[in-house]
Write a protein that binds this ligand. Structure first.
Ligand code: BEZ
Length: 255
């Protein structure tokens, strides 16, 4: 499904621009000739999309980012505020590579993302927006999770893993990539989750060194039995350990 946003004119030379606000920031598409930092407005970035194919599995989905329309987000409970700008990068894909890149990116659609178009403001020239294609997991897709308790979400990300690797590496990679874009491109939601996950990692390492029992995995497993909690499902999944898949498109190409 493709949803048009008339906010900026389409290029007429066959090229297209792609906006990345998640792993595309640090894992570029296979072909591009320009990469520009900047932002879009009217959206909020949140770890509210389940990932069954990259950072989780169908049995124990991880969590990845999607964009929520700001007017809808304002109706939802959320401990984090959100700046007007969602920072990311825009890639220019030249006409001769459009088919290949679109085919490659369309793999994403299978996990609930759909194609939208939105104006992107280059940081170096915000007065001249560019029409960009963006993948969004809208609230009506099956993988949309919506607001979650923030500490439970951090625990869930800590425990999740999929063919593309650890869910926490995606989170921490996104936080780092955002910090590197500009002095003002940090994202409170992403940074808070990263700090919580780092704290869990430290606690678990400490527990490991002390040989203690009852860490987050044991706790989560207990929760599965008693409450069927989402985070706990991650723990059960984690104990099954999904190996990295060499041919995986995220590991090899996008992210
Ligand atoms: C990204 O911006 O990295 C992205 C978001 C959703 C689907 C694919 C890529």
């Amino acid at each position: 499904m493709t949803i048009e946003d008339p906010g900026a004119p389409a290029a007429d030379n066959g090229e297209f621009w792609l906006f990345g606000y998640g792993s595309l920031i640090w894992k570029p598409p296979p072909h591009f000739d320009r990469r520009i930092p900047g932002w879009v407005t009217g959206y909020v970035r949140r770890f509210w999309q389940a990932s069954q194919d990259h950072r989780g599995t169908p049995e124990a989905p991880g969590r990845v980012v999607t964009l929520i329309e700001r007017s809808f987000w304002e109706t939802l409970p959320d401990p984090h505020s959100s700046a007007d700008k969602v920072w990311g990068v825009a890639y220019r894909i030249e006409a001769e590579h459009v088919e290949e890149v679109k085919e490659y990116l369309d793999i994403r659609e299978i996990n609930g993302y759909t194609i939208h178009y939105t104006p992107f403001c280059p940081a170096s020239n915000p007065e001249k927006p560019i029409r960009t294609l963006v993948y969004i997991g809208t609230p009506d897709n099956d993988q949309f999770v919506g607001p979650q308790d923030i500490q439970a979400l951090a625990g869930h990300i800590y425990l999740s893993e999929g063919p593309s690797g650890l869910n926490r590496d995606y989170l921490l990679g996104l936080d780092k990539a955002l910090q590197e874009l500009s002095p003002e491109s940090g994202d409170e939601h992403v940074t808070d989750l990263s700090e919580r996950v780092r704290a869990i990692v430290s606690r678990e390492e400490e527990r490991g060194r002390g040989g203690g029992k009852g860490g987050i995995e044991a706790q989560a497993t207990k929760n599965v039995v008693s409450q069927g909690s989402d985070a706990a499902a991650g723990a059960l999944h984690d104990s099954r350990k999904v190996g990295s898949v060499d041919q995986n498109e995220e590991t090899e190409k996008v992210g």
